[in-house]
Design a protein around this ligand. Structure first.
Ligand SMILES: [Zn+2]
Length: 203
């Protein structure tokens, strides 16, 4: 049906999260319609963003260096680590200016229905970080939805016995919302009211 080059573009878009075949077709046809410079600028932005960014080997955030600017900043409170699902959550919390500790990015959440198990997350490196010492508190700031809650519980269980205090952002966050969309006041309240996590019964 479509020329192979166009089909490859559509398939590439269709692999993006939340993008189905129809949206992929719309995006692809849009790129064919815009002036050539605009399409080339898009292609360049894709290449350059990959070339100019690094994944931090400590916290798994995305930055321009490894370690990232947050991990390398001696004025941050290294005894606190805030655990989030995605790099965009780090940016949301940084933008709100309500937190001065370090981060750990899980790169997702547990979602058994979609085949995302513990191995797809950076829990193991987190446990290692905590065991290395110096971290007194781990704040679980995964999204307040089903996957985020399940992930927080799993991480809390894995951190049992490390000696670090494990807390979860305060309840009262809008259920099903995402950390990245919370405003400054809500984030500050959620951090302020964080509670000790207790892993479930039967352990
Ligand atoms: Zn880092």
């Amino acid at each position: 049906m479509y020329p192979p080059a166009l089909e490859r573009l559509i398939e590439a878009f269709a692999r993006f999260p939340g993008v189905g075949r129809r949206t992929a077709e719309r995006l692809s046809f849009h790129l064919l319609r815009v002036p050539p410079e605009e399409a080339e600028a898009f292609a360049r932005a894709v290449g350059e963003s990959r070339a100019a960014t690094r994944r931090c080997s400590r916290c798994f955030n995305v930055g321009e260096s490894d370690p990232c600017a947050v991990c390398a900043d001696p004025s941050r409170e290294a005894r606190m680590v805030c655990v989030v699902e995605e790099p965009r959550d780090v940016w949301a919390i940084e933008k709100a200016r309500v937190y001065r500790g370090l981060y750990h990015v899980l790169l997702g959440s547990l979602n058994p229905a979609e085949g995302a198990g513990p191995d797809s997350l950076t829990v193991e490196p987190l446990v290692r970080r905590v065991k290395e010492g110096g971290i007194e508190e781990v704040i679980l700031a995964t999204d307040p939805d089903l996957e985020g809650d399940g992930t927080a519980l799993y991480v809390a269980e894995r951190l049992e016995g490390t000696g670090a205090r494990v807390t979860r952002l305060a309840r009262g966050l809008p259920a099903g919302s995402a950390i990245e969309y919370l405003n400054r006041v809500v984030l500050a309240d959620a951090l302020e009211g964080r509670r000790e996590m207790r892993p479930g019964p039967g352990r």
